[in-house]
Design a binder for this molecule. Structure first.
Ligand code: ADP
Ligand code: ZN
Ligand code: ZN
Length: 739
């Protein structure tokens, strides 16, 4: 027996490659140290160089050939403590390579090996020479100098006040008339005194909480010293955000960081402004619209503990929180928290794991909680906090169903709908016509023979765009001009079937020529601020908005009193077991847009199926009645949250290759001995996409542990199988949709 201590001489490096293992390298300076764990290293890999993260240290196995050396990039680990352990957990849970998980967690520049970013905000001030020079200056430099003569300004404030201020600032700096300085992190959001508030401190205290809000806020404060999970289940406009703000303010007062996750479309400038004004400190945002540099700065500000409040979308779940005090997940039911490719994590679920590891409270809020979260609340895993009424003056909207069977429709809209819009406009309010989902855009159909335009590369219809002149496939992006005549029968009776938002816009503009009609969808708003600008121009005057999911939340539309929903029916009949849940959530959320201010709102649902059980339950009993019925059905059918799923997807040019791989995988999973239900190989809901044949294998078990044990046992075999090399494949644990 040897008592010698072995000296670690290798790094076990996690690299961003799709192989489920670590790679050994020798440190260039000889000794591997525990303190290297979590540091980035640059290493040779084949003919390339890669950036990886040291996951462990060790000694080389006997008989290994000479190892290549790597270079350490960080003096201090980027990942350590809780975040490192949580990411290891995520790799195990998603069965993904640790190196890919680390890469997903980092902003681009850090992933590429750049140093941790500078996090100072910058400000500008005049020099003494600058003060005396102001009267002699001209043009932009003069305007900038006058601003700075009033008070020092931070760069954000300058950007708000003066276009192209940077060039002017450079000109002044060159002549030593102005100078740039670093602003202390967390200085109170600086001297923009416009909109001073009642309290006079620059912090707006908000409305006093009503009793239900008060009870919820007190429950959160009482649990602030350790891990606790809450479902804040409150109808739209019930003041959930006010409750979060109270908990966050308390968290800040204790010197801790707060992380708020919001859905992609919920992170609007309005949201950030509200948080900033109420909390009185800088609020860091993290969303997909930011450049790499900004994301890297936010990351650095978090790791240094300078960022105190961070409001971000899905990927913000990966931010380091050395001083965490609270996590909030707003609209926790939202589908955008699940990443659909790469590392298929769920930001809400990962945040729960982190909150537990950080030993801090976490609040999930929604007016339409996911069935998973509702069940967790009912079984006592989460504390269930309810807000039953709208806060302030707002009244719940009145909901009306119109049966459109046998009614003459124009672009899918009934005479009742036009009448309701006309009445709304006459009363000086705004109407929203909500079209359920862009994916149901119109297809081109021959009225004579039934031919319809199909994508040649996918099993999917093409949709009609550009006023009928262009066809586009939403799955592979293929485009072609629409034919003038039917390719099958030569007939000229081609029509678009099912009204898309463009047709709705056309019909409404024709009927209401004196009112503005604004269509909001991805087509009209490629850029994030484009939506803001469109809505600002639209203003509060009477008019009609047409929208898809993008308008279901976020933006405050105080003069909106009518919401008309068309295209409900497409959502009632779908193969996806989550479709009813998604439709119910969408209907409740969009209805919540009506009458947010003092005016009462009205919601009109147009359907061919007024007696559909989903609509009846939802309308008579509300979301919770719907959820009860749906949970019972899920339990009977053995679907989540009563079972745990994983989906193995594969695609290849040849269907045989796809099937051969999935059969190998199925056999390996069977051999694992776990009690697992295996369905498939089955064709994917879209069996062909961009020329690839797609199939899938669904794994299901009532026990999460069983599912993971089977995957742990079978994945090495699956990875090593020769069949795996002939397909593209991926594993999705807890798939959100089975596509
Ligand atoms: P939610 O997050 O549940 O949708 P918000 O917190 O955004 O609700 O509140 C909706 C509106 O009601 C906001 O305009 C908010 O300022 C207002 N509000 C919230 N709580 C109160 C309250 N206790 N008294 C008066 N107004 C309130
Ligand atoms: Zn035809
Ligand atoms: Zn296609």
């Amino acid at each position: 027996m040897s008592t010698e201590t072995t000296i670690a001489t290798v790094w076990n490096v996690a690299l961003p490659v799709p192989l489920p293992r670590l790679f050994d390298y020798r440190p260039a300076d000889g000794v591997a140290d525990k303190a290297d764990i979590g540091c980035r290293v640059r290493v040779p890999f084949g003919s390339r160089e890669l950036i990886g993260v040291v996951a462990a240290i060790g000694t080389p196995e006997a008989g290994t050939p000479e190892l290549k050396t790597g270079e350490r990039l960080d003096t201090q680990p980027l990942f350590h403590g809780e975040l490192l352990e949580s990411l290891r957990w995520l790799a195990r849970y998603t069965h993904a390579p640790l190196g890919e998980v680390f890469a997903t967690a980092l902003p681009g520049p850090l992933r590429q090996g750049e140093p941790l970013a500078d996090t100072h905000a910058w400000g500008w001030r005049l020099t003494d020479a600058g003060r005396t020079a102001v009267p002699r200056l001209r043009g932009k430099p003069r305007r900038l100098a006058k601003l700075l003569a009033g008070s020092d300004q931070d760069e954000d404030a300058l950007a708000d006040q003066l276009d192209d201020w940077r060039a002017a600032a450079r000109a002044l700096a060159k002549r030593e008339l102005a100078a740039r300085f670093a602003i202390e992190p967390n200085a109170l959001v600086p001297p923009r005194r416009r909109g001073a508030t009642a309290s006079g401190t620059g912090v707006n205290t908000g409305p006093p909480l009503n009793p239900e809000q008060q009870a919820a806020a007190e429950a959160l404060l009482a649990a602030r010293d350790g891990f606790a999970s809450f479902l804040l289940d409150g109808v739209t406009g019930s003041g959930k955000t006010e409750v979060y703000l109270h908990a966050i303010a308390d968290c800040l007062a204790r010197g801790r960081q707060a992380l708020v996750l919001v859905p992609e479309i919920g992170l609007t400038p309005q949201t950030l402004k509200r948080f900033r004004e109420r909390l009185g400190i800088a609020v860091h945002a993290l969303h997909s619209g930011l450049g790499d540099g900004e994301r890297a700065r936010t990351w650095a500000a978090c790791v240094r503990g300078e960022a105190r409040v961070i409001v971000g979308t899905r990927s913000a779940a990966f931010l380091p929180l050395p001083n965490a005090g609270l996590i909030v997940i707003d609209e926790e039911h939202d589908g955008s928290f699940k990443q659909l490719d790469g590392i298929r994590y769920h930001a809400r679920d990962f945040a729960l794991v982190r909150a537990k590891a950080l030993d801090i409270p976490i609040v999930l809020g929604s007016a339409t909680p996911s069935l998973e979260s509702l069940r967790n609340a009912r079984t006592g895993r989460y504390t269930h906090l309810r807000l039953h009424v709208r806060a302030g003056e707002a009244r719940p909207p009145r909901v009306r169903v119109t049966d459109v069977r046998k009614r003459p429709l124009d672009a899918g809209m009934s005479p009742e709908l036009f009448e309701a819009i006309a009445a709304t406009l006459r009363s000086g309010s705004q109407a929203l016509v909500f079209k359920n989902r862009r994916g149901y855009a119109p297809v081109l159909l021959c009225h004579d023979c039934g031919w319809s335009a199909q994508c040649t590369r996918c099993d999917a219809s093409m949709t009609v765009h550009a006023g009928g002149r262009r066809l586009q496939c939403h799955h592979c992006g293929a485009r072609r001009p629409a034919p003038d005549a039917c390719p099958d029968c030569g007939g000229l009776a081609l029509q678009s079937q099912g009204a898309g938002t463009e047709r709705i816009e056309e019909a409404l503009s024709k009927r209401f020529p004196d009112f503005p009609v604004l269509r909001i969808d991805r087509g009209t708003t490629q850029r994030r601020d484009a939506l803001e600008n469109l809505l600002r121009d639209f203003g509060d005057a009477p008019g009609i908005l047409i929208g898809t999911q993008m308008l279901a939340k976020g933006h405050d539309l105080p003069n909106l009193t009518l919401v008309a929903v068309v295209g409900v029916d497409e959502g009632l009949f779908s193969a996806d077991f989550r479709a009813p849940e998604k439709l119910a959530q969408l209907l409740i959320q969009v209805a919540g847009r009506a009458g947010r201010a003092a005016r009462p709102g009205e919601v009109l649902l147009q359907t061919h199926h007024p007696q559909h059980p989903l609509l009846e339950t939802l309308l008579n009993g509300g979301y919770h009645a719907f959820a009860d019925a749906e949970l019972a059905q899920r339990e009977a059918a053995g679907f989540p949250p009563f079972a745990h799923l994983a989906l193995l997807r594969a695609e290849a040019r040849q269907l045989e290759a796809t099937h051969a791989f999935l059969h190998v995988a199925k056999a390996a999973l069977r051999d694992s001995g776990a009690q697992l239900e295996l369905h498939g190989p089955l064709p994917a809901p879209m069996p062909r996409r961009a020329g690839f044949q797609r199939a899938q294998l669904l794994l299901s078990s009532p026990e999460r542990r069983t599912l993971h044990a089977a995957l742990d046992a079978a994945l090495p075999t699956i990875h090593a199988a020769p069949e795996a090399r002939r397909v593209r494949w991926s594993l999705d644990v807890d798939p959100v949709d089975l596509y």
